[in-house]
Ligand binder design. Structure first.
Ligand SMILES: CC(C)(COP(=O)(O)OP(=O)(O)OC[C@H]1O[C@@H](n2cnc3c(N)ncnc32)[C@H](O)[C@@H]1OP(=O)(O)O)[C@@H](O)C(=O)NCCC(=O)NCCS
Length: 331
């Protein structure tokens, strides 16, 4: 059986830069508090009328071009987001239309911060079994239209940013290269530790004035709880991926973790004795872009020449669900 390779990457972030000082004008927070606890200095926000599929479109165009392909050669679209343009249909079909792709399948997945690796795993199965040759996988988020710019929501608001990252995947004959494994996990009993409660189909009606006023439509997070679980689970799932391929932490050339909090990633790499220079960070510039963070980071790491052919690259994520996942790739 063939393996799956990343043929091209792309990203897009909106032009509008919002610094920690900008947020401090809207809520009781400070550059010092945000920097110390998360490593974030600034993030990007969309302008009015721009949705998740618009960001995905720009990132996808770049990824397809960098893969040396045209839209016509893409056989399937997978899009990970927790912030779709509309409740339904999903944003993958909007992307299919914006790209001018033919009537290929377009799948939305809802796995939050682990969305990109879950999507990678799905794409890998389709390509290895020969069902599809080229798959476009995108992570895209617009958080800025759904967070609370007030003291009440400050713990969540300061960490999120908007952006999109994309990859194009295709088959590789060399069995030593490409995606070596993916490992996916979930623990739904912690669903309410990081979630948006409303609107929801369990409510009759789904949306009420009271929900609007109480802020039930804003994300809520038990930050300390999420932090602790993230550190443990990311470590576990990286180990799981390495062991499945008879590799050790020392074999990793580059770890591209989900960019949720620089402190989480520093604790994981310290515990696993992975040197700082082998761990990619860009959270300082974009904040947490959820499903988009890994493909954006991967794109920038490649642009900076941090990955050479044959290198072991490990992706790892943890987030709402809880869900967590890793991918081990030989570049
Ligand atoms: C959000 C996070 C940075 C908060 O850091 P923390 O050290 O746990 O801080 P706490 O939540 O205990 O809050 C400490 C104090 O800061 C306050 N605070 C919260 N957000 C604040 C902000 N943006 N600015 C200033 N103060 C803030 C709290 O109200 C609390 O005040 P109190 O002591 O008077 O009650 C941290 O928990 C975190 O990063 N968690 C993981 C988040 C994550 O990764 N989410 C995405 C997963 S995909």
């Amino acid at each position: 059986m063939k393996r799956t390779r990343i043929l091209g990457t792309g990203f897009y972030v909106p032009e509008k830069v919002v610094t920690n000082d900008d947020l401090a004008k809207m809520m009781a927070t400070s550059d010092e508090w945000i920097t110390q606890r998360t490593g974030i200095k600034e993030r990007r926000y969309v302008s009015e009328g721009v949705g998740a599929s618009d960001l995905a479109f720009e990132a996808s165009r770049m990824a397809i071009q960098n893969a040396g392909l045209t839209v016509k050669e893409i056989d399937f679209i997978i899009l990970g987001t927790l912030s779709p343009d509309y409740t339904f249909p999903g944003s993958a079909v909007l992307l299919q239309d914006k790209l001018g792709a033919s009537t290929i399948g377009a799948l939305d997945i809802r796995n939050q911060c682990s969305g990109f690796i879950y999507g990678l795993s799905i794409a890998d199965q389709f390509i290895r079994t020969g069902v599809y040759k080229h798959i476009l996988l995108v992570g895209t988020e617009v958080h800025s239209t759904g967070i609370e710019f007030a003291d009440r929501g400050r713990d969540v608001t300061v960490i999120f940013g908007d952006g999109a990252g994309a990859v194009v995947l295709g088959p590789v004959e060399d069995k030593e290269r490409g995606i070596l494994s993916t490992h996916l996990h979930s623990e739904g009993k912690y669903a309410k530790k990081l979630w948006i409660e409303a609107p929801g189909s369990i409510y009759h009606p789904r949306m009420t004035q009271e929900m609007l006023e109480s802020g039930a439509w804003f994300p809520k997070m038990d930050g300390k709880y999420v932090f602790k679980h993230a550190v443990t689970r990311m470590q576990e799932v990286i180990e799981e991926g390495l062991q499945a391929n008879h590799l050790k932490p020392q074999d990793i050339a580059l770890l591209v973790p989900h960019q949720a909090n620089m402190r989480i990633n520093q604790m994981v790499s310290m515990a696993m004795e992975i040197p700082e220079e082998k761990v990619y960070h860009n959270i300082q510039r974009y904040g947490n872009t959820t499903a988009a963070s890994i493909p954006i980071a991967l794109h920038e790491a490649l642009q900076e020449g941090k990955v050479q052919e044959g290198d072991i690259v490990v992706l790892a994520a943890f987030g709402s669900g809880f869900t967590w996942a890793s991918a081990v790739i030989r570049w």
